[in-house]
Write a protein that binds this ligand. Structure first.
Ligand SMILES: Nc1nc(=O)c2c([nH]1)NC[C@@H]1CN(c3ccc(C(=O)N[C@@H](CCC(=O)O)C(=O)O)cc3)CN21
Ligand SMILES: CC(C)C(=O)C(=O)O
Ligand SMILES: [Mg+2]
Length: 281
């Protein structure tokens, strides 16, 4: 049986140059298949607001939604390192409130760490949660919960000054006690400096080569239809499979092909005749 990774395993993987592979999972079936496939970690991302609930961003996502999906993923993947993504509002109101929400992720959903977006500005929050004995993963660069401030879902750090601000964020996140961090949507030159200057695992999505990669599950499956960020690689056409299956099912029911003999229940021996006798009077 697969053994759940610890922060020390993740650190060793980085130190030995072995890349960690992870993706988002929001539901039981997906998480079960991911654990079976040997995924190193699973993120119950607040991207579930877009991938599952159809919002146009992640801002509306609530603690309850994140917790319920985390619980489903944990039940499906008891031996996988699970990251609970703190939604917008869960750590903006105050440090005490942020700690309470991080505790809820651990108590109710049995996550292995929480992740939250931001650098210099959220460093005190990261410090308070880590001081509470919980593992925190940082998330810098393109931070979807602040897409308003960033002017949309756009690559960050493409000028020397804006890149420097992200590097400063990385240092603040590390100093605050994060055990690892995710860098999203920045040029590889920026990622490289962060990786050279910090000892903890640096994971990427749209950030070039890193100590590991994460992708949105429905993006790699070729299932998510609304948009495709530049950094996504589709490894399948699951939307195409859905279309084929739905069309075939509709067709068979309409033609009376499904359900067939093999899909119906048999009456107990002799009972069909008795029943027929009652109704043939
Ligand atoms: N399905 C999905 N995949 C993701 O990667 C993802 C989500 N949802 N939801 C949360 C955030 C939002 N992300 C996004 C969304 C769109 C772009 C995108 O299309 N960017 C364009 C540039 C757009 C512009 O400049 O205005 C690109 O070409 O990458 C990037 C990241 C990443 N995350
Ligand atoms: C990996 C990223 C984009 C994330 O935080 C999420 O899926 O919510
Ligand atoms: Mg997220």
């Amino acid at each position: 049986m697969k053994k759940k990774l610890t922060r020390f395993d993740l650190q060793t993987m980085k130190d030995e140059g072995r890349r960690a592979v992870w993706m988002t999972a929001y539901d039981y079936v997906t998480a079960q298949l991911a654990e079976e496939a040997g995924m190193d970690m699973l993120l119950v991302g607040d991207s579930l607001g877009m991938a599952v609930y159809g919002y146009s961003g992640t801002v509306p996502v609530t603690m309850d939604q994140c917790i319920y999906h985390c619980e489903a993923v944990r039940r499906a993947a008891p031996n996988t390192f699970i990251i609970g993504d703190m939604p917008f509002g869960a750590y903006q109101v105050g440090i005490e409130d942020a700690c309470r929400n991080a505790v809820r992720f651990h108590k109710q959903a049995a996550v292995d760490c929480v992740k939250l977006e931001g650098g210099v500005r959220v460093a005190p929050v990261i410090k308070a949660i880590s001081d509470g004995g919980m593992l925190v993963m940082g998330h810098i660069g393109l931070t979807p919960q602040s897409s308003g401030a960033q002017g949309g879902f756009r690559a960050q750090g493409r000028t020397a000054d804006s890149a420097q601000a992200i590097i400063d964020d990385a240092h603040a996140v590390y100093e605050a006690g994060a055990f690892s961090m995710l860098v999203e949507g920045v040029p590889p030159e920026v990622t490289k400096i962060i990786r050279d200057e910090l000892p903890i695992p640096i994971y990427g999505i749209g950030a070039g080569d890193c100590d590991g990669q994460v992708m949105i599950c429905s993006d790699i499956l070729g299932l998510f239809q609304a948009f495709t960020p530049k950094f996504v690689k589709r490894y399948g056409d699951v939307a195409g499979e859905y279309r084929k299956v739905f069309a075939a099912y509709i067709d068979e029911v309409r033609q009376g092909i499904f359900p067939g003999d093999e899909h119906v229940y048999k009456m107990v021996e002799g009972e069909a005749a008795k029943l027929a006798a009652r109704h043939n009077k």
